[in-house]
Design a protein around this ligand. Structure first.
Ligand SMILES: *Cc1c(COP(=O)(O)O)cnc(C)c1O
Length: 425
């Protein structure tokens, strides 16, 4: 599939049926797999043969869908996880443990921020958060001898900042660590971070990849480019024998191309079990089959709505990297030349009350804690996800009391604009 264009990979990647086999990816609804001899099974447990034995670790349906996402991103290995949160956790925890440190962009998804700053901190992993707009000097200054990775989002949710992936990759590699990019909002249709130097990509497949608000899920993809053995002192988990697998050294046995995902499957899936259900993987694949068609429409609708809002005198400000006046327009032109995403944020004139009134009057666009769905939805963080904060506290985390986050779906753009217009009036 690697010679085909991304649209073809969306439709046919990951699974090629043989003669007389199902055209659609089969849902292997089985917890376990049968073997003729204990010897056969023993080889699987020693990682000497590849195969399935228990769905807590691996399932063929999941692997077909992960292989498709791997092809879309241009990677060498991939795995599905039960959620985007699990993908972020695994991607970091696979190479960092108690006493280690990670550099992260400060504009990341709120759930990820909490995972890093609170929960993983309790596990002894410290994070330093840097502005995505920091200078190279500021970025380099954030590293410590025990830094194990750098993390950022291509398009941040909900800040809508665009990451200068090359700048972050350069700093990560200068310090001998990989760059992990959460590519959820851009999707590989909009941006393939590996082409800009990223080493690992994560996704919340719950968003555009599924695209229909049907199944929570996540994915991790390895570029196969990071040379773990060249930095063996930093990554003992990959570069020294694993006693729980008869002394296998992942980076030796599976090489740059396979070590990261094999270790995450063999150790983290085995011990934490955050696997995606095969049924959800099937739904995810249905979404992926039309990802390229849908992303085009999401971006067109996002841009049309952003332009309407920008020209409307009841709107104080608009953030959308596809607008020429946006702070991130230039970076978006570089990294996302075919469009950014369908999510727009804006401030309604008149503060918190005006934003609440506006939301109440919407008819077509629903109030939801979700984004990237086929159906348009919006959220007023000050009265929902961030309602425990006062205006000053909101301001400190980059959210104003009048901020509305709008996720443009696949409806007709004129209908969306008409709904916004009547609600503003
Ligand atoms: C939603 C989201 C996540 C978390 O994903 P879940 O599937 O909800 O666990 C992580 N990163 C980004 C950018 C997201 O939008």
């Amino acid at each position: 599939m690697s010679d085909y264009k991304i649209e073809t990979k969306c439709v046919q990647g990951g699974y090629t049926p043989g003669n007389g086999e199902p055209r659609q990816i089969p849902i292997i609804q089985s917890t376990t797999f049968k073997y003729a001899t204990s010897e056969d099974m023993g080889k699987l447990f020693d990682l000497e043969a590849s195969g399935y034995f228990y769905t807590r670790l691996q399932n063929p349906t999941n692997d077909s869908v992960a292989a498709k996402i791997c092809e879309l991103e241009g990677g060498t290995a991939a795995m599905l996880t039960s959620s985007g949160q699990a993908a972020s956790f695994y991607a970091i925890f696979n190479i960092a443990s108690c006493g280690d440190h990670v550099v992260s962009s400060s504009t990341i998804y709120g759930g990820t921020y909490n995972l890093f700053a609170v929960t993983m901190k309790r596990m002894g992993i410290e994070f330093t958060f840097v502005s995505p707009d920091c200078t190279e000097e500021e970025l380099n200054a954030a590293f410590r001898p025990n830094t194990k990775a750098v993390f950022g989002e291509t398009i941040a949710n909900p800040a809508l900042t665009v990451l200068d992936i090359e700048k972050f990759a350069k700093a990560a590699h200068a310090h001998g660590v990989p760059l992990i990019i959460d590519n959820t909002f851009a999707t590989p249709v909009g941006c393939r971070p590996f082409e800009w130097g990223a080493d690992i990509v994560t996704h919340s497949t719950t968003k555009y990849m599924d695209g229909h608000g049907a199944a929570v899920g996540g994915c991790i993809v390895d570029s196969g480019n990071f040379d773990w053995m060249a930095h063996a002192d930093k990554f003992p988990g990959l570069c020294t024998p694993d006693d729980s697998y008869h002394g296998i050294t992942y980076a030796e046995r599976f090489g740059k191309e396979g070590a990261f995902i094999t270790k995450a499957t063999a150790q983290l899936m085995r011990d934490f079990g955050s696997i995606q259900s095969p049924q959800n993987a099937f739904y995810l694949n249905l979404g992926l089959e039309s990802l390229h068609v849908r992303m085009k429409r999401h971006c067109e609708n996002g841009l049309a709505v952003a332009k309407f809002l920008e020209a409307n005198d009841k709107i104080e400000w608009v953030t959308y990297a596809g607008l020429e006046n946006d702070k991130y327009y230039k970076l978006a032109q570089k990294y996302l030349p075919n469009g950014t995403c369908g999510v727009v944020s804006f401030g309604v004139k008149g503060g918190r009350k005006a934003a609440e009134e506006f939301m109440k009057k919407l008819k077509l666009i629903a109030i939801e804690t979700h984004v990237a769905d086929a159906r348009s939805c919006c959220l007023h963080p000050a009265s929902a996800t961030h309602r425990q904060m006062n205006d000053a506290e909101l301001e400190a985390c980059g959210i104003t009391a009048n901020l509305v986050r709008l996720s443009c779906g696949l409806e007709n753009a004129e209908d969306l604009i008409a709904d916004i217009k009547q609600a503003l009036e």
